[in-house]
Design a binder for this molecule. Structure first.
Ligand SMILES: C[S@@+](CC[C@H](N)C(=O)[O-])C[C@H]1O[C@@H](n2cnc3c(N)ncnc32)[C@H](O)[C@@H]1O
Length: 481
């Protein structure tokens, strides 16, 4: 490794190295050779140059690279490599199987061996909990039985392995842009605003992949309005049910007919806000609702492309199983569930024979939630609240302290109100499902002060080929308050 002298902001001005001078301008040209040591939260490789962390997009542990340009950030305390050349490839690399890599941002860990990248997710989660919340997640027992759930594991680290790693994704968000000359439609680029036009996507469930490519062709040829394009398929494999396409642009008008004319079975294209009432029986017939929910439901599970659905059907089964098992352990009578979505975990929880108050903010999801519960004949035991989960007073005004289980499954941004909520009601158990280790760790920081300890922790490799994992963290109140 070529070593440069003191870094920006660290050395005496007169003794500063040429590299340090260039660092002051924030972007520096170097020729430094570094080795990628680890994978960071966010997916980049991590290397070190003169003791400072360098983030290397696309870097895999074991790669030896020459950094040609570095943007220095944080006053020069760390940097991001803007341009590099790989000298030696890591043994953890595998051949890219998608022709759109590395430009497409859809599966950033595509070229990393599955076990290595899965264990990197464990390391990330454990490190974030330790660093931000002083929680030793590595010492905590797991939830799922290894006999039931296959695992990647080594040296005390483990994560539930979820198959298949290709052809699984049940939803995606694409973009349509007009560049002045023509309409471009595709996925967002890796760390760029570029739109990557694809002719196939191996990550999507095959039926959804086909529908997506055809929808993109139509978007280009018919000049669909700019905006986001959401695609989704039904929740359970094999997804024989609906594929949904929804454009965020202006009304599509005849495009919906285009899609049908293009031969999609059970496909609907529609403008945001103009989807037919999902509770109406004709909704299902027109392909607006999904197939079968994994646990707890005995009929179709309704959702659409604009309503959240877990990305991997098999991973979702593991998630539901973990939640059901952890809920059953405390035999709850009253459960408060936040971020209920269309009722995926609500239906699973209903097995616990408890009264559930399910809170969801999105009106579309609430409509699906209600219809999914009605169909499963659970509407009497489950009270649906269309509310913002951050308005804790509203959620608890009538029965403070009466819930004995809190289940939360917030979006990636997390749930900052845990401190207020838990101090108000202090349920015996909190189950926090999360797809982001940083926000999970941030939100759980106050829990030990409030008398909780992490008693179960599970990672599920729900989104193979990406740096994301699903986590289930269970906190129990360990002291009487
Ligand atoms: C990660 S999804 C989980 C949905 C559901 N638990 C599932 O497994 O499909 C998060 C859900 O939280 C909802 N949400 C986001 N912010 C919210 C808020 N402030 N209050 C209530 N719900 C919210 C979203 O609409 C979405 O349905």
């Amino acid at each position: 490794m070529r070593r440069s002298g003191s870094g920006p902001g660290r050395g005496n001005r007169s003794r500063r190295s040429p590299v340090a001078h260039r660092c002051r301008a924030s972007v520096s040209a170097t020729g430094s050779e570094v080795v990628i040591e680890a994978l960071a939260h966010g997916g980049e490789g991590v290397a070190r140059l003169d003791g400072r962390v360098l983030f290397v997009p696309g870097g895999v542990p074991g790669d030896r690279i020459v950094a040609h340009r570095i943007r220095w950030l944080g006053g020069g305390s760390f940097g991001r490599v803007l341009q590099h050349e790989r000298r030696v490839a890591s043994p953890l690399r595998r051949e890219a199987r998608c022709p759109h890599r590395p430009r497409c941002g859809g599966c950033p860990w595509h070229e990393i061996e599955p076990e290595a990248r899965a264990l990197a997710k464990v390391d990330d989660a454990v490190a974030q909990l330790k660093r931000m919340a002083s929680i030793d997640a590595a010492a905590v027992p797991r939830i799922l039985d290894p006999q039931l759930a296959p695992r990647y594991g080594r040296g005390g680290r483990s994560i539930v392995r979820v198959d298949p790693e290709w052809g699984y994704r049940l939803r995606a968000r694409l973009r349509v842009v007009h560049d002045g000359v023509r309409v471009r439609a595709g996925f967002s680029g890796q760390r760029s605003t570029e739109v990557i036009e694809i002719d196939r996507c191996g990550l999507l469930l095959p039926a959804l992949g086909e529908a997506t490519v055809r929808a993109l062709e139509l978007a280009r040829s018919r000049g669909w309005p700019p905006g986001k394009l959401h695609v989704a398929a039904g929740l359970n494999p094999p997804a024989t049910g609906a594929v949904f396409v929804a454009s965020q642009g202006a009304a599509l008008g005849p495009a919906s007919g285009d899609l049908r004319a293009a031969g999609f079975d059970l496909v609907e294209a529609c403008a945001a806000g103009s989807i037919a009432d999902p509770a109406a029986p004709s909704g299902a017939a027109r392909g607006l609702s999904g197939v079968v929910a994994p646990l707890g439901a005995d009929g179709p599970f309704h959702h659409d492309a604009l309503t959240f659905v877990q990305a991997h059907a098999m991973g979702n089964r593991h998630l539901c199983e973990a939640v059901v098992r952890c809920a059953a352990e405390c035999a709850p009578r009253r459960i408060l569930e936040l971020h209920a979505g269309a009722g995926n975990l609500t239906l699973a929880l209903a097995q616990a024979d408890a009264h559930v108050r399910a809170v969801e903010m999105e009106p579309r999801a609430v409509r699906y939630l209600r219809s999914n519960l009605a169909q499963a004949r659970l509407a009497d035991r489950i009270e649906v609240m269309e509310a913002d989960a951050s308005e804790v007073e509203q959620l608890l005004h009538d029965r403070p302290r009466r819930f004995d289980l809190l289940l939360l499954d917030p979006p990636r941004t997390g749930y900052r109100e845990l401190e207020i909520l838990s101090s108000n009601m202090l349920p015996d158990r909190i189950i926090y499902c999360s797809c982001d280790a940083v926000t999970l760790a941030r939100d759980c920081r106050p829990l030990s002060r409030l008398g909780y300890r992490l008693s179960r922790f599970e990672l599920i490799d729900m989104m193979p080929n990406t740096w994301h994992a699903e986590m289930v963290a269970v906190f129990d109140r360990s002291i009487a308050v």
